[in-house]
Write a protein that binds this ligand. Structure first.
Ligand SMILES: Nc1ncnc2c1ncn2[C@@H]1O[C@H](COP(=O)(O)OP(=O)(O)OP(=O)(O)O)[C@@H](O)[C@H]1O
Length: 261
């Protein structure tokens, strides 16, 4: 279970960009985080794995307080937090298999890591997961020879190799075409189900959030102003989150792939 309590983040001496967020996510559940550009979505996600240092508040993952962890403890805790990125963050010159296995780097010793010698069970797990998401045939291809959708599947498998207790996805479909985006959203949904894995997705596409996630969290200026089921995410909620943005109404009705800024 992920439990965020009264999370505040202030960059320097500026006004806080997160102003006391509370969120609890449990079990197999895909939660989308929506909000206009600058609302604090990425900051919130990155506070969870401490890529961004929270200013105050508490974040626990299965009862482990993440905010106060020292360096070594944080490294261990991060193994349990998988992350999927908009730009995939693969190493282009390495093969798909090598990229996937890099998800195990937090688990192997220094010599195994530098020589990239992974235990057989890691290699077996890599094959199983690649098979599951439909990329096993690319195992020995260089990562930069794959399409965007295939690259994102590699990113997902790499995150799953960590045996995460939660998966964070920062705009995982923003670099993909509409059809491929939908496939990735469906994949995340089914993996969450199969693995009882909570998944948090930052997403600009409200229509996708409504279709492919079971809970929507809406941020505005660093505050959570909506937390509910997609069916309840109506025009009023949309206005509250994106108020003043002309295209807002259209976003509920059709697939819009542009960023709302
Ligand atoms: N490293 C940083 N230093 C200073 N300010 C930052 C930093 N990172 C983000 N911010 C500010 O914090 C606010 C929230 O940014 P954040 O990236 O979390 O928003 P977002 O909702 O994810 O936006 P987008 O959808 O455009 O990615 C913005 O005003 C941004 O300028």
């Amino acid at each position: 279970m992920l439990k965020i309590s009264n999370l505040v983040k202030r960059y320097g001496s500026d006004e806080p960009v997160l102003k006391g967020l509370d969120l609890t996510v449990e079990g197999s559940c895909v939660v989308s985080i929506v909000g206009a550009s600058g609302a604090g979505k990425s900051t919130m996600l990155r506070c969870i794995n401490r890529l961004v240092e929270p200013t105050s508040g508490s974040i626990t993952l299965n009862d482990l307080e993440l905010v106060s962890l020292g360096k070594g403890e944080l490294r261990r805790a991060r193994r349990k937090i998988g992350m999927v990125f908009q730009g995939f963050n693969l190493i282009d010159r390495l093969t798909v298999m090598e990229n996937v296995l890099s998800g195990r780097l937090g688990y192997v010793n220094f010599f195994q890591a530098v020589s990239r010698r992974f235990p057989q069970q890691d290699i077996d797990r890599a094959f199983t997961l690649m098979q599951r998401v439909g990329i096993v045939q690319y195992a020995n291809k260089r990562a930069d020879e794959l399409s965007g959708g295939e690259r994102q599947r590699v990113g997902v498998v790499r995150a799953l190799m960590q045996e995460p207790e939660i998966l964070l996805a920062d705009e995982p479909t923003a670099s993909l075409d509409p059809k491929t985006s939908e496939q990735i959203m469906v994949l995340l949904q089914s993996l969450s189900d199969e693995m009882s894995l909570p998944v948090l997705i930052n997403i600009h596409n409200v229509s996708q959030a409504k279709t492919y996630t079971e809970r929507i969290v809406g941020l505005r200026h660093g505050r959570m102003i909506f937390d509910g089921a997609p069916a309840d995410f109506n025009k009023e909620a949309l206005d509250a989150i994106y108020g003043g943005i002309e295209a807002a109404e259209e976003m509920l009705e059709k697939n819009t792939w542009e960023k709302v800024s």
